[in-house]
Write a protein that binds this ligand. Sequence first.
Ligand SMILES: Nc1ncnc2c1ncn2[C@@H]1O[C@H](COP(=O)(O)OP(=O)(O)O)[C@@H](O)[C@H]1O
Ligand SMILES: [Mg+2]
Length: 227
Amino acid sequence: MTTEHGQAVRADGLWRTYERGSETVHALADFSLAVDPGEMVGIVGRSGSGKTTFLNLAGCLDRPTKGKLWIGGNEITGLAEKDLVEFRRDHIGFVFQLFYLIPTLTAVENIRLPMFARRTDEERVHEMAHKVGLDGKLDLRPNSLSGGDRQRIAIARALINQPKVLLADEPTGRLESQARDEVLELFEGLREDGLAIIMATHDLEQADHCDRIIELKDGRMIRETRP
Ligand SMILES: Nc1ncnc2c1ncn2[C@@H]1O[C@H](COP(=O)(O)OP(=O)(O)O)[C@@H](O)[C@H]1O
Ligand SMILES: [Mg+2]
């Protein structure tokens, strides 16, 4: 199950096909990609081009119709549901456009949440909160914080279990320009720790922060560029 390659993420000929009535939709078609530790890859393309489909597959939130996928050298394509859930919890961080924080919990409680299955490490919780720039805001609830701060909480929560891969689906889509830049700067800093980041965006300006940009159209990779 484990292979020797040192890639953080590797997809080989991934397909995700949906049947919609009599129509067959290839949300992702023959998609291959390898991402190294510390690399930040942007995935761009119009709405409906397959960005979320790929991130959901890489994030173990969905399964490919065909093809193979490795995260940190572990092949995840054949894992049973229970193992997949555990694998996701321990190895993958995911952030979304809409943050998905728990509104009744404070910032620090949201960040701590994914530790439920292990011993809670308060030092790490506070270190993470500091790293994303939430000092002084730990006891506030999401609805009294700005969008940028909410996304910082979501990023800290995503990283609390020390994943090697961070997947971000339009993470700055709901943020104002200053908060956007701050989130991207934060991502750049995280990369230095060897974290691999894959970010879907339809903002090409943001894609410029990436080492590589993959462009999707109708589920297929049509271009790969280095800014
Ligand atoms: N659950 C689903 N059932 C049917 N079609 C879907 C489903 N999820 C996504 N699709 C289709 O797959 C394609 C890619 O969607 P998506 O990955 O969400 O694109 P993007 O994130 O780039 O906007 C679209 O045509 C979309 O309608
Ligand atoms: Mg999407």
